[in-house]
Design a protein around this ligand. Sequence first.
Ligand SMILES: NC(=O)c1ccc[n+]([C@@H]2O[C@H](COP(=O)([O-])OP(=O)(O)OC[C@H]3O[C@@H](n4cnc5c(N)ncnc54)[C@H](O)[C@@H]3O)[C@@H](O)[C@H]2O)c1
Ligand SMILES: Nc1ncnc2c1ncn2[C@@H]1O[C@H](COP(=O)(O)OP(=O)(O)OP(=O)(O)O)[C@@H](O)[C@H]1O
Length: 526
Amino acid sequence: MSLDQVEKQASDNKLSIDVSRPRVTENGFLAPFTSFESEKAIHEYISQTPVRSTDDHLVEFSEAMRTVAKALRRVAEGKAAAQAEAAEWKRKYELERARNQRYKSEEVASEGCSCCSASSSRQLVVHTETEQAKCCGNHGICSHEVLADEVANPNSDPACKMVARKASFKLSWGCNGNKSGQHKHEVVSFEKGDITTAERSSKQILLKWESPPKTVFIVAKPNSTSVHALCVEMIRWLKEHKKIDVLVEPRVREELLKESFYFDFVQTWQDDEEIKHLHTKVDLVITLGGDGTVLWAASLFKGPVPPVVPFSLGSLGFLTPFQSEHYRESLEAILKGPFSITLRHRLQCHVVRDSAKDELEFEEPILVLNEVTIDRGISSYLTYLECYCDSSFVTCVQGDGLIISTTSGSTAYSLAAGGSMVHPQVPAILFTPICPHSLSFRPLILPEYVALRVQVPFNSRGQAWASFDGKDRKQLSAGDALICSMAPWPVPTACLVDSTTDFLRSIHEGLHWNLRKTQSFDGPRD
Ligand SMILES: NC(=O)c1ccc[n+]([C@@H]2O[C@H](COP(=O)([O-])OP(=O)(O)OC[C@H]3O[C@@H](n4cnc5c(N)ncnc54)[C@H](O)[C@@H]3O)[C@@H](O)[C@H]2O)c1
Ligand SMILES: Nc1ncnc2c1ncn2[C@@H]1O[C@H](COP(=O)(O)OP(=O)(O)OP(=O)(O)O)[C@@H](O)[C@H]1O
């Protein structure tokens, strides 16, 4: 008990004791209490007062509070586990539904007009578990769906606005730079009780076209003269030299038609429903802009994403290794294949409102390539967030907020908040606090298979705001939660060289990572 507390209790109990203020001596000088005197005074006081019983009550009370807190945490953990499981089931359900819809539309198309029957030749080949095991084990790229199709329909109607052919391709990974496409497995052997891991593959993924790509979707940054000029030039080159069909956003088509009626052949979509089927029509996505344009392009695909070739017309270019000046050579090489890709994993985020009647009542999921941020928005109070990983309590965030990031996003906002830079092929989720009011809150890197749940507790002073790749802010009130897990649809981005070379180049050139003058040779030596 501190001196102040003792003094307060003394005054509450009408005892005359003043341990902190000096006394006036007979000669008029101030005589402060010596430490011995104050200690003595405290002992006297304690022996006079029923402190023990008060303390006993406090101990009992705090124990009761601890028990309540434990029980509440157990309930919250149970809820987190249920929600994580529900999110997983919902993800599986969505996958299954998407699959069924595709099969259904293929059936309908096969009975329909010749224009659409081309889509019947489009097949989503899903490896069964046994096929996967035969092919490359139960891990890596072959556990994902690989888009492939049969022979494209030569009689397809050119009047059909959305192009209905799709090139098939195969993904494989080379071993230690070997581009032969031979598979190597990460195997753990348990021979005689010793655990050893076999030689690892480089996991450099190669994309090889099985039929030539026919349709390219160009995503261009708005309000940029240089981007527009390149877009116009590229469309002409693709059409005239490569006989490729081009698709753009409605805004871009309008701009092109204002310039010349020549661009009437350029495809677009009429309503947002059609965007859902973009991935079934597009062989390749080309982005013209900065990193934000790659994020924008990825956000248009709520499911599988075709390979993306990002051209740099921004200032930083972490996700955009291709130089716009050399677009012809780069596109020649990509259209011919094979080329290296980085599979950039995305996070699938579900907002669960407290008002939702059951755990399965989610809002539409949002997919992010960089990160989801939960922050204090315009509130001047600390954000207070409870975080769970699967069914385990992780921590409470008290600070400006929290970033849940993919490895691709590790060089974006998470980096600015003190998170590590992680190679985009590392299977992980980053958990990075923003200005935590704590001396010991270090960022975490969690495995990719976990589900994270961030909840605004009822005793939070303010609300929180979630934003997705820096966009679409959503308010989270007390009781609302955000659940994040790895989405089954990564963004395959073409590499200039390979995944690692491109990553290192961007941290060197983009961030001037570990730039320091080299120490001179002359001077003291060992
Ligand atoms: N303090 C910060 O660093 C901060 C704050 C807010 C948002 N952001 C980032 O901005 C992103 C949105 O980008 P935008 O272009 O639409 O907005 P923007 O125009 O505000 O650009 C943000 C900057 O982040 C860079 N960037 C984006 N993704 C990156 C990545 N994966 N690796 C390295 N740098 C990257 C961009 O090149 C750009 O320079 C968000 O996802 C978030 O990561 C960063
Ligand atoms: N096709 C598009 N439609 C609408 N918005 C877009 C589109 N492409 C990009 N944007 C938005 O424009 C903004 C700027 O894009 P981007 O980051 O590519 O360019 P930049 O800011 O010039 O590049 P850098 O950040 O490298 O300097 C981003 O917020 C992005 O979401």
